[in-house]
Design a protein. Structure first.
Lengths: 225, 968
């Protein structure tokens, strides 16, 4: 077991295999949720964006809380349930930040868009804020390291940062088709943005797995020397 | 200094040279791409009654015929007697055909229908035939009048000449009438007088540029009616009513003035019709009243683009008797068809460059034989034009036997354009010939005559469509040369920028040595600036993204500032970690930066939401529509609040100017306060009456404000560098003096820059539509916030990024003020504030000021931007070389906008070249190109103002310093 040491103290070790497995589970659950919505309630993002988004974040969010509650960095001070619980706080706070960000970038404001924006921002918050909230709580230095810097001290940094970045960048690119005059129903807010976010998130998961494996190899190589 | 360093003088000379090359190349390209040349010169004559290719020698002897002889000769040759003797052409400017004929089978809105009872009764009785005559873009008056009378689709640049009308020299129906001895009378829009100088026997021209006036402008036309209708001396009477267009410009389609104005027009129609009916007195002959409109209008009453609302113009033929059997449904035609129809109705030759086909419903009262003859004449004329434009069109070369067998006329089967036209024409001509030869069997062959009509229509429609959509021949050499010149200038500017960047970068590395190693590699926001340029360039190739460009600028600018926020966040915590080095000042600096980013982002979002903009989703709700529904009181309230906040913010910002004499600052504050108060006064007292007729006071007041603004800004620019005191004069240490010099420079630049920005915003508050006052305030806030932001970021942000961000915000704000890439959103009404006598140049300048409010504001803010950058360190190290200082302060603020604009210009020029055959080239790409050209002018003007101001400041300061040392 390797233990990385940073300025901020000792990180709890995460076996790389476990991390990759966790990513795999997350990706599978996201895809499954999508299919569940499609088959059991015959709805999809294009016909019922609000309900579909609700189902997706309603399943993916708690799953993330459960999984990342195990990876909490302050094991001594914080019980598992408390760690999963602070995920809820992160979910709400992240939803506000994401909604504000989307509106600043031009998301439509109006009563008819309220539920769509709400559910979309809750989904984005599940992708971005919930894992970090479960793992770090309110420790500002951790948050800053994960989201503002490019250096990584531990696998958990990759596991939180890359999928979150993937979701945000995917959503950003997902907004591109919106002003085109193709007159397709999926060009509406927030359908293509949600698709972009989910695709970006999945790509982030893959990137994170690759990074972890690569990182692990290098460390073993260094140790071998 | 290494060899790659460029001196200030060299830099300036090369940059000016590059700009000149750019302007030259642009002029070449514009003249090449938008040609204004007709395909055939000269006027149609007797030869138009003979088939093409007939011997022209026999027409020589008719040149010395008198007017009436020519008229009889034409009648004799045409074989068809003219249907009418006199024509009253009543042009109602800007009337959409929808108002009279309805749309898609629906009747027009009830209130409009009831407003025109006489016209509607004529339509229902069959005495009038109504057409939706589709106008070609650009839908502005002069090109449309030209199209109507000459039958040719004009060049796009006619818009540019719309403000400087010139005589129509091509063949046209008016000249054809004049040739057969008609006496012409015109009352109304003086555009006619400019198009046809000196040919009207009587005329009363009114100016089309006084948009405020909706009543007098029409009374000036109608007052002649009684007199003219009682006279019998004229044959063509043109009445051009402008009031309806003005009503639209002021209040849109649903203006309260619209229904009364339609009623007034109906009264005119009634009066003319009752007076010219054949029962009245027969000496005047049969009169045709043709009611046409030159173009339609959008929901807001603007025009210029190519939407259905704008191109849906009216053509209403009202004759003394019924037009034969006509169906009740309104017909569709093109505006250019009017020329050939009128020529054939009155028995004169069709104008040479006419591309229209006759409107068949108006000829229903003629015999089949006569109808066929008219179709033949029209076909001969179009065939001549086709032969001129397609040199390989020699019909003997094609064997068109294949079509005779199959009954269905498919044009797809032919291998070339020439073959298509030839075969279609020859089919019609052959059928016609066999019909004529078998005249005795005529009664038996009813089907036959129908098939000949169909064959002629087929040819005419195909030829007419091709001719009007044809991409005109472009001088390739000139275009290539123009593009090459622009490309060269773009490369020069970019390489200058690159050299400067490299030099500054190496200097900075020397100064900060290794302390700031984050200067050495590319940052995310720098990469993003380049990404924005690439994305904007790519998006220009898509017509829908050109239409909805506002989304791109807002999205990219907001993303850029979100990235900046991320970057500031990185630094803020790095500092808290290193507690030893983190001073309180730096941390507050960071908070100021974060706050200013939020101000920029939130203002930007409001600007985005203020006008929906674009073309496809203009009907979606936005803040301006919401305010307009709320009523004038709210708009006025917002306007007053904006002016007051603007004045207060500028005064507070003025106090920030670090160290200045109290008296001096009081004077400057008063100079800020007084024009602000004047604008406030104008808004409260005059704005409502500005658009009514008795607005002399308002005009005077606006002129006073222009003068005061001009005077104040000039005084501040000239006086401030002389009045800002040098500090620390007692110390003779050169380094301290240098520092004093730098501080003095920054103070002067700050005061002057703030005054520029403030006066420009005040001017906009005066000129822009009332609903745009709050956006102007938001723009002002954004400018100040970005200046605060830059003031706190000497270390970790390169200068060119900040300048580029300012440029981007200027573009985002341009669309935030409701501008789009169609010509329809140019605010015409605002361009007449304070203009007493119509002056093309003055109104043009005001229009430019209104349209380019935002980019200009951001360019002007570069002076202020210079003041917050810490230049003193460079001055100290470089021993007071003024050239170096100018290079450092002016280099990026001037070169970055020029460089970016040159990239966009060359990219868009190439896009336009590639899209020259695109369906939307005239409606989407060409208007956008005009905007790009105007942006280039705006950037050049703005940059030269900034450069001359900063150069003036530093020259004055150097002179003062010299003076000072001499006296010591």
């Amino acid at each position: 077991m390797d233990t990385l040491i940073s300025e901020n103290g000792v990180f709890l070790p995460i076996p790389p295999l476990q991390a990759v497995r966790l990513h795999f589970i997350l990706g599978t659950i996201l895809v499954l949720t999508f299919m569940v919505a499609h088959t059991f309630f015959p709805i999809n993002l294009i016909t019922h964006p609000t309900q579909t988004l609700f189902i997706i974040w309603g399943i993916v969010g708690p799953v993330l809380m459960i999984l990342f509650g195990h990876l909490r960095q302050d094991m001594e001070q914080c019980s598992y349930f408390r760690a999963a619980g602070r995920g809820y706080v992160g979910l709400v706070a992240g939803a506000i930040v994401n909604a504000l960000g989307a509106i600043i970038l031009g998301a439509p404001v109006g009563f008819e868009y309220f539920t769509k924006t709400l559910n979309w921002s809750l989904l984005m918050s599940s992708f971005t804020f919930v894992p970090a909230a479960c793992a770090f709580g309110s420790a500002w230095s951790h948050w800053h390291r994960v989201f503002a810097e490019t250096k990584a001290f531990s696998f958990i940094d990759y596991m939180i940062r890359l999928p979150a970045y993937g979701a945000v960048i995917g959503a950003w690119f997902g907004a591109w088709p919106m002003p085109l005059d193709w007159e397709r129903p999926w060009q509406e807010w927030p359908i293509c943005v949600s698709y972009g976010a989910m695709v970006g998130y999945l790509m982030g998961l893959v990137a994170s797995s690759v990074c972890i494996i690569f990182h692990n190899r290098r460390q073993q190589h260094l140790k071998g020397e | 200094m290494d060899s790659s360093s460029v001196t200030c003088k060299k830099l300036t000379v090369i940059a000016v040279l590059a700009v000149l090359i750019q302007v030259f190349g642009l002029a070449l390209f514009v003249l090449g791409f938008f040609p204004v040349k007709p395909a055939l010169s000269g006027f149609s004559g007797v030869e138009s009654f003979y088939p093409p290719g007939a011997d022209s020698a026999e027409f020589q002897n008719i040149t010395n015929l008198s007017d009436s002889q020519l008229k009889y000769l034409y009648q004799e040759l045409s074989l068809v007697p003219p249907l009418f003797d006199r024509l009253i052409l009543m042009v109602i400017d800007g009337l959409p055909a929808e108002f009279v004929l309805g749309k898609d089978g629906e009747p027009p809105p009830k209130s409009f229908k009831e407003a025109m009872p006489y016209t509607q009764s004529l339509l229902s009785k069959g005495r009038a035939i109504g057409y939706h005559a589709k106008a070609a873009p650009p839908t502005v008056t002069m090109p449309r009048l030209k199209a109507m009378v000459s039958g040719a689709v004009g060049g796009f640049l006619d818009v540019a000449f719309n403000f400087n009308t010139q005589a129509l020299l091509d063949d046209n129906i008016i000249v054809q009438f004049l040739k057969v001895g008609w006496k012409l009378v015109m009352h109304g829009d003086d555009t006619w007088l400019k198009l046809f100088p000196g040919i009207f026997s009587r005329h009363d021209g009114v100016s089309s540029f006084f948009v405020k006036d909706t009543i007098q402008v029409d009374q000036n036309v109608s007052r002649h009616l009684v007199d003219e209708l009682s006279r019998a001396d004229w044959s063509l009477l043109i009445l051009h009513y402008l009031g309806l267009d003005h009503v639209g410009h002021l209040g849109g389609r649903n203006s309260v003035l619209m229904v009364p104005k339609l009623g007034e027009m109906d009264e005119v129609v009634k009066m003319i019709d009752l007076n010219s009916s054949p029962t009245n007195n027969n000496d005047q002959g049969r009169t045709l009243l043709l009611v046409v409109s030159d173009h339609g209008m959008t929901e807001n009453g603007n025009h210029g683009g190519s939407s259905f609302e704008e191109t849906d113009s009216l053509a209403l033929f009202i004759g003394p008797t019924n037009f034969g059997s006509t169906s009740g449904t309104p017909n569709k035609a093109n505006q250019v068809d009017l020329a050939s129809t009128l020529a054939l109705l009155f028995g004169v030759p069709i104008p040479k460059n006419n591309v229209g086909m006759l409107m068949p419903e108006t000829f229903k009262s003629l015999t089949v034989d006569q109808q066929l003859r008219l179709l033949e004449l029209n076909s001969w004329q179009l065939l001549r034009l086709l032969e001129a434009q397609l040199p390989r069109l020699v019909c003997e070369n094609f064997s068109c036997d294949n079509f005779r067998d199959d009954g269905s006329e498919r044009t797809r089967g032919y291998s070339s354009l020439e073959e298509t036209f030839c075969c279609l024409y020859m089919k019609a001509a052959d059928l016609h010939r066999s019909w004529k030869s078998g005249e005795e069997k005529r009664s038996a062959s009813g089907d036959n005559c129908h098939s000949i009509l169909m064959a002629y229509h087929n040819f005419l429609r195909t030829a007419s469509e091709w001719l009007s959509h044809r991409a005109t021949d472009k001088p390739v050499g000139r275009l290539i040369f123009g593009v090459a010149a622009m490309l060269v200038s773009c490369l020069i500017l970019l390489s200058l920028l690159f050299l400067l960047g490299k030099q500054v970068f190496s200097e900075q590395n020397q100064q900060f040595s290794s302390a700031n190693n984050d200067l050495s590699w590319w940052h995310l926001d720098e990469v993003f600036i380049l990404v924005v340029i690439v994305i904007v360039v790519i998006s220009m190739g898509s017509s829908s993204l050109v239409e909805e460009e506002q989304y791109i600028w807002h999205f990219m600018t907001s993303s850029l500032y979100l990235l900046s926020l991320l970057k500031v966040m990185q630094h803020i915590v790095t500092r808290t970690e290193k507690n030893t080095s983190a001073t309180l000042g730096l941390r507050t600096n960071n908070y100021i930066q974060i706050c200013s980013i939020f101000v920029i982002l939130i203002s930007g979002r409001f600007l985005r939401g203020w006008h929906q903009g674009g073309v496809n989703w203009t009907n979606l709700p936005d803040i301006s529509k919401w305010l307009e529904q709320g009523g004038d009181t709210y708009i006025k309230l917002f306007q007053l609040v904006s002016v007051i906040i603007l004045i207060n913010i500028s005064l507070v910002s003025l106090m920030w100017s670090r160290r200045s004499k109290k008296n001096f600052m009081t004077v400057v504050s008063l100079m800020h306060l007084f024009p602000g108060w004047l604008v406030l006064h104008y808004i409260t007292k005059y704005q409502d009456v500005a658009f009514s007729t008795g607005s002399y006071d308002a005009t005077l007041m606006a002129q006073v404000i222009y003068v005061v603004l001009g005077f104040c800004s000039t005084t501040i620019v000239v006086a401030v560098p002389w009045c800002i005191p040098f500090q620390n004069r007692t110390l003779s240490v050169p380094e301290v003096q240098r520092k004093a010099w730098g501080l003095c420079f920054r103070d002067s630049a700050y005061v002057i820059g703030l005054s520029y920005v403030y006066y420009w915003s005040l001017l906009q508050l005066l000129l822009q539509q009332p609903v745009n006052s709050m956006p102007v305030l938001f723009l002002f806030l954004q400018v100040l916030a970005s200046i605060w932001f830059s003031s706190g970021s000497n270390q970790h942000r390169r200068q060119w990024v900040e300048v580029a961000a300012l440029y981007y915000m200027g573009m985002a704000g341009h669309f935030g003020l409701g501008n789009t890439n169609t010509l329809a959103t140019i605010d015409v009404a605002g361009a007449f504030i304070g203009v007493l006598n119509h002056s093309t140049i003055l109104s043009g300048v005001l229009m430019f000021i209104i349209t380019y409010a935002s980019p200009m504001l951001y360019l002007l803010s570069m002076v202020m931007y210079n003041s917050v950058k810490d230049t003193s360190s460079f001055i100290i190290s470089e021993k007071g070389n003024i050239g170096l200082l100018l290079k450092r302060t002016l280099g990026f603020p001037c070169l970055v906008p020029l460089g970016m604009n040159s990239i966009l210009l060359i990219a868009y020029t190439i896009v336009l070249l590639l899209m020259r055959n695109h369906l939307f080239v005239w409606s989407v790409f060409s208007p956008k190109f005009l905007y790009v050209c105007a942006t280039t002018v705006c950037v050049c003007v703005g940059v030269s103002i900034v450069a001359s101001t900063v150069i003036y400041i530093s020259l004055v300061l150097t002179y003062r310093e010299k003076l000072h040392t001499h006296t010591d």
